[in-house]
Design a protein around this ligand. Structure first.
Ligand code: G4P
Length: 545
């Protein structure tokens, strides 16, 4: 490549990265994630009609044996990545499972996200799943944008919703707009930046709403909004102007200050202004730490990492797809890349963009994009792919499971297949596997963050490996990694009321019955340093069953 070509290439990468915004939505089931996603896609022209994201009821067709579980339960457990263009931007929305029994996939997806949108139901405020996902965002220090949804329904006082975020999540709030009333009395929002009122007008479901804006100083405002309601809003705004936080880009980028938006996804109110502001304030793909220091997204060499593996997305092919988050350079179809864990060179011949259940071959991709690669079993979660000199991104940590179960094999003659299934499902990251320290107890312990994850493992063992298995729930609810390893445990001596096991990297993990039990043990054994998140490993092979 001549110097001129090189510069042109760099210019092009720079422009493409600049256009990209990537985010995931964190929320509790029913807060309106599917509805908001549909509306966002509508603005991007990615779907013609809202309602296409999650076909409900009988419309939903199973697309694999394993997705049969989804069909039976009418839920969506598979994460997908949706990309759409909106004005000058290319937006990547990393979708996360919406069911309560969500799995570690959700956590891992956040490892590939540059921004998070925290979606709350205005009547409910913070809910358990949102809090859990928030913890992961905090760990990664990613910017968080808050969308308070369902303003067309009676909700909690907006100031108390903000107080809750501030006091419980220790996150400073910055309302970008402010609601005028709620429920039957919802009249719209005040756009605080432009000092305009955006009037609420129920759009037909699925349609793009027409925004009606009036200056906040317009004398005719009371033609649209009851005087008392307007005065209340003006008072609240004054309070926010005086005592509220000011915009500080660095604080938003560090995840310490959250811009807040009020709206109603179902009636398509406030979605477009949210999207506009979000794209303006969100973090672009930025540098990532690796063994070579921070890697800039505009670097000339391609790199990326595997953050999710999924099997049987398409029953006709019984394939496995590895999802790669591109971190730098340009990805091109048919390019050869190096696989850092094995040192092998791989030709990426069938890269795909996966949109819901549809696939499309990608020709190129840039930092912030996600591509799906057919995975012939060589990729593991956290693997780095790169061109140029050796590069390894920081791995994806394992998050603390909350459900533990022995996985029994009732049929010893089927042990070979049972073992194969367990090892492959672990490799894929479908579940975490722990082992008893007593080696005579060979059955593995499944550790998950949701019951559904365990049901999926059982179902897949039967369907894909032809083996029966049974689950035997263990009476533990918490796991902590012993950060200083086995020797500390020897020093500490016997610990009661909990169970010591090892993970597949041979690291000690303690299982506790409950929070109280955990606190008691921390108090009794001050030498024990315990961690909720497993340290990242690299360069070692895991223990198979
Ligand atoms: P999720 O993906 O976060 O689980 O939530 P989803 O979008 O499926 O929304 C959950 C329910 O909340 C749906 O009602 C949806 O229509 C409703 N909803 C979402 N946004 C709003 C909003 O802004 N205002 C109001 N009033 N409702 C909202 P459903 O009865 O479960 O389903 P459907 O029959 O309406 O499709």
């Amino acid at each position: 490549m001549t110097t001129n070509e090189k510069n042109l290439n760099l210019d092009n990468i720079y422009q493409e990265v600049n256009k990209r915004r990537n985010f995931a939505i964190i929320s509790h089931p029913d807060a309106g994630k599917t509805t908001l996603t549909e509306k966002l896609l509508l603005y991007g022209g990615a779907i013609q009609q809202a309602g296409a994201v999650k076909a409900r009821g009988n419309q939903r067709k199973a697309t694999s044996d394993w997705m049969e579980i989804e069909k039976q339960r009418g839920i969506s457990i598979t994460s997908t990545v949706l990309q759409f263009e909106y004005e000058e931007s290319v937006v990547n929305l990393l979708d996360t499972p919406g069911h309560q029994d969500f799995s570690e996939d959700t956590y891992r997806t956040l490892a590939a996200a540059d921004n998070a949108v925290m979606l709350e139901d205005a009547a409910k405020g913070l809910e358990p799943q949102t809090r859990k996902l928030f913890e992961v965002c905090k760990l990664r220090k990613i910017p968080i944008f808050t969308f308070i949804n369902k303003m067309d329904r009676p909700g909690r006082d907006p100031l108390s919703l903000l107080d809750e975020i501030e006091s419980e999540l220790k996150l400073t709030t910055l309302p970008i707009n402010w609601p005028i009333g709620s429920g039957d009395q919802f009249r719209g929002v005040v756009d605080r930046i432009n000092e305009e009122v955006i009037l609420f007008d129920k759009a037909k479901r699925g349609a793009q709403s027409q925004e009606k804006r009036i200056s906040l100083n317009d004398k005719n405002l009371t033609n649209y909004i009851e005087e008392e309601l307007l005065n209340n809003t003006l008072e609240e705004l004054e309070l926010l102007d005086e005592a509220g936080a000011k915009y500080e880009k660095d604080k938003v980028f560090r995840g310490d200050l959250t811009p807040v938006f009020f709206g109603s996804a179902m009636t398509n109110f406030g979605v477009r202004p949210f999207l506009d502001s979000f794209l303006n304030l969100a973090k672009k793909p930025s540098s990532r730490s690796s063994n070579q220091g921070d890697i800039e997204p505009t670097k000339n060499k391609f790199s990326g990492f595997v953050f999710k593996l999924q099997a049987n997305m398409d029953p006709k092919h019984r394939d496995r797809v590895a999802f790669i988050r591109v971190c730098s350079g340009r990805f091109e179809k048919d390019m050869s890349v190096k696989h850092s864990r094995t040192g092998k060179v791989i030709r990426l011949s069938r890269p795909q963009k996966i949109f819901g259940q549809d696939r499309e071959v990608v020709d190129d991709a840039y930092a912030g994009d996600v591509i799906g690669l057919n995975n012939p079993g060589m990729f593991s979660i956290g693997d780095t792919l790169y061109t140029g000199s050796h590069l390894e991104y920081e791995g994806i940590p394992c998050f603390s499971p909350e459900i533990f179960s022995w996985l029994r094999n009732p049929n010893p003659s089927a042990f070979k297949n049972f073992r194969k299934g367990v090892n492959e499902l672990r490799e894929e990251g479908a579940v975490q596997i722990l082992y008893d320290v007593d080696e005579s107890k060979r059955d593995p312990i499944l550790a998950a963050v949701g019951q559904l994850q365990l049901d999926v493992v059982k179902h897949r063992l039967k369907n894909e490996y032809g083996v029966d298995s049974s689950l035997e729930t263990m009476a533990f609810q918490l796991a902590r990694w012993v950060t200083d390893g086995w020797t500390v445990l020897d020093d500490v001596g016997r610990i009661f009321n909990c169970k010591i096991v090892k993970d597949c990297w041979n690291r000690p993990v303690i299982l506790f019955k409950n929070e109280w039990n955990l606190n008691q043990i921390i108090e009794d054994h001050p030498k024990l340093n315990l961690s909720k998140v497993a340290p990242v490993v690299s360069g070692v092979q895991p223990i198979d069953l």
